[in-house]
Design a protein around this ligand. Structure first.
Ligand code: THU
Length: 138
């Protein structure tokens, strides 16, 4: 599976986008450690804040199927048929990806590939709670 092929799967997944309010279609294709692919699209709601992004849809599909090890995610977003402009993941999706993926998780956009740490270098995680003397694990 090449980066380009995974990106094309994200573009295809955007075809299922339920985005009647923003009219911005997003698709994601998540590659698992064992070579499987889970796709997702953004799913909007008349109560706008209940919208689920494409990336989180893909992650939640995988986790709910018992898969939590991921290698890469491709993301494609556009309000037209042209998906060549990069669609960067939102902060909420980065945080959710960071729950399951290490800093080196690969994020594939239309303009190249990056790592999770490129977008979210100082993310909050379970170690943050340990370091601050919280009650994690107590
Ligand atoms: N959206 C995503 O699906 N992923 C992102 O990373 C950014 C934003 C969606 C949410 C909403 O349906 C639309 O794009 C406009 O914000």
């Amino acid at each position: 599976m090449t980066n380009g092929e995974l990106f094309e799967m994200a573009v295809k997944a955007a075809g299922n986008s339920y985005s009647k309010y923003s009219r911005f279609r997003v698709g994601a294709a998540l590659l698992t450690d064992d070579g499987r692919i889970f796709t997702g699209c953004n799913i909007e709601n008349a109560s706008y804040s209940l919208t689920n992004c494409a990336e989180r849809t893909a992650v939640f599909k995988a986790v709910s199927e018992g898969v939590t090890g991921f290698k890469a995610i491709a993301i494609a977003g556009s309000s037209t048929e042209d998906f060549t402009k990069p669609c960067t993941p939102c902060g909420a999706c980065l945080q959710v990806l960071g729950e399951f993926c290490g800093d080196d998780m690969v994020i594939i956009l239309s303009n190249g590939w990056f790592r999770l740490k490129d977008f979210l270098p100082f993310r909050f995680n379970e170690d943050s709670m340990k370091q601050t003397g919280g009650h994690y694990g107590a």
